[in-house]
Write a protein that binds this ligand. Structure first.
Ligand code: HEM
Length: 159
């Protein structure tokens, strides 16, 4: 596999896994809210929502890190930061996206550990709702949506 086909494969995966990250987060936030409000028991199903949300978020972090080292736009950003920091696209992928997304994954991982340590169901649900909502909002703000004012990329990649 040459360098550029490796890049497009990882980019394709990173673009796709975004939907798994978003869906698992949305479901978990909803379950957290519902379980907390309706005083449900935190079951093994709830725990598996927590687990898969962390799994997809960490996978996306790894794919993102990998991309960071091979992405042409990041390389362009890094070669002369003083100048490229003023360019929208280069700054977004070279700096903003990686910082906000790493923080969001951190919120998800910390939240998950807190959920595990809480001893009662309402506390677990509440922790899941709060920390995963923080992660979700950070992620929503830093995806290069086609309608994003920062930088736009397609909803789906086809190659
Ligand atoms: C965890 C949540 C994350 C989500 C939902 C996410 C989502 C995305 C999306 C949708 C794209 C556009 C893909 C495309 O052009 O089709 C993208 C690009 C990119 N992401 Fe992420 N990302 C995340 C985390 C990260 C992290 C933590 C890093 C770095 C460590 C990273 C590095 C990159 C890079 C370098 C690109 C652009 C590559 C290029 O176009 O040259 N991402 N990301």
């Amino acid at each position: 596999m040459n360098h550029s086909s490796m890049f497009s494969s990882i980019l394709l995966l990173h673009s796709l896994v975004r939907w798994l990250v978003l869906l698992s987060l949305l479901f978990s936030v909803y379950r957290g809210w519902k379980g907390w409000r309706e005083k449900k028991d935190f079951t093994r199903v709830d725990n598996s929502y927590r687990y898969w949300t962390v799994f997809f978020a960490l996978s996306q972090l790894l794919l993102g890190l990998w991309l960071y080292f091979i992405s042409p736009i990041v390389q362009y950003f890094l070669h002369d930061i003083k100048a490229t920091i003023h360019e929208r696209d280069a700054r977004f992928f070279g700096l903003e996206h990686i910082v906000v997304m790493t923080l969001s994954v951190l919120a998800i991982v910390i939240g998950s550990e807190k959920i595990r340590k809480k001893s009662t169901s309402p506390e677990k649900f509440r922790t899941m709702f709060i920390w995963f909502t923080i992660g979700l909002l950070l992620i929503l703000s830093s995806i290069p949506w086609p309608f994003s004012p920062f930088t736009s990329r397609p909803f789906f990649r086809m190659y």
